[in-house]
Design a protein around this ligand. Structure first.
Ligand code: ZN
Length: 252
């Protein structure tokens, strides 16, 4: 018999299973990404009231079962409801953050840094609008916490700082940036120096501070670059991007 464990968590995905159960994937603070089955969750208002909706922030109580792929959900306490993202734009952005976090984590691998980033990102989003700089900051910090931090400040080969570079080149296959002398001519595209330095400035900032920044004229190019960096590590394009495109708020 295994004991009940609990953790703070964000609900990433949930689907009905059979007539009365639900299968739910959480990003937990303490155990990484976990999928569990909530017996009777389609009916039990007492144990699971609204707490299994995607984007809910919860404290989940579960039994990890060494012989089964699914954890057993004992109960789930709702801390912040998903209704915070009822607005369609907020829903699209919050879904985007959750979907990226889902794709950059592996089941049952501890990922407390990714949990903290997602929980923080949702809290920031709850308290105000998404900006381009907020989204780029989230993307870059998620890549870093997932183990794929891009080097945006210096040439990957000669280490010359881009702040003084004449031009910066991106290798879309490797996801790396080089100066003009070190670039691989076959596989590199020029990107604006300001694009790279503006993104580098977001890497160490809290997400709330990222939001207050403006990417100004480089916003679209910056979004393209982080999109390409992410694409190297995603198994499929985030579905939420379509929602975001439909909303197209502020040219993000
Ligand atoms: Zn170089």
């Amino acid at each position: 018999v295994t004991s009940v464990r609990s953790s703070l968590a964000v609900v990433l995905r949930a689907r009905a299973y059979g007539e009365s159960d639900k299968i739910v994937t959480f990003l937990t603070r303490d155990f990484g990404k976990l999928t569990g089955i909530g017996k009777g969750a389609q009916r039990s208002r007492r144990r699971f009231v609204n707490s299994l909706d995607p984007l809910s922030r919860v404290r989940v109580y579960l039994r990890l079962r060494p012989t089964a792929t699914l954890a057993f959900l004992e109960s789930c306490e709702l801390l912040q409801p998903s209704s915070a993202f009822a607005d369609p734009a907020k829903l699209a952005y919050a879904s985007y953050l959750a979907e990226l976090s889902d794709q950059l984590t592996v089941e049952e691998h501890p990922a407390p840094d990714v949990y903290e980033l997602l929980a923080d990102g949702l809290a920031v989003l709850e308290s105000g609008p998404a900006t381009g700089a907020f989204l780029r900051g989230f993307e870059l910090q998620l890549l870093a916490r997932g183990g794929y931090e891009p080097q945006l400040e210096r040439c990957r080969s000669c280490q010359a700082p881009f702040a003084q570079a004449e031009a910066v080149f991106f290798d879309p296959l490797q996801g790396t940036l080089s100066c003009g002398r070190c670039r691989d001519a076959r596989a590199s595209m020029e990107v604006g120096r300001e694009v790279v330095t503006s993104l580098a400035a977001l890497q160490p900032l809290p997400l709330r501070s990222c939001r207050a920044r403006s990417l100004g004229a480089v916003a679209a190019e910056a979004a393209q670059l982080t999109g390409r960096l992410l694409a190297l590590h995603l198994t499929r394009p985030p579905r939420a991007l379509r929602l975001i495109a439909e909303i197209a708020v502020g040219g993000v």
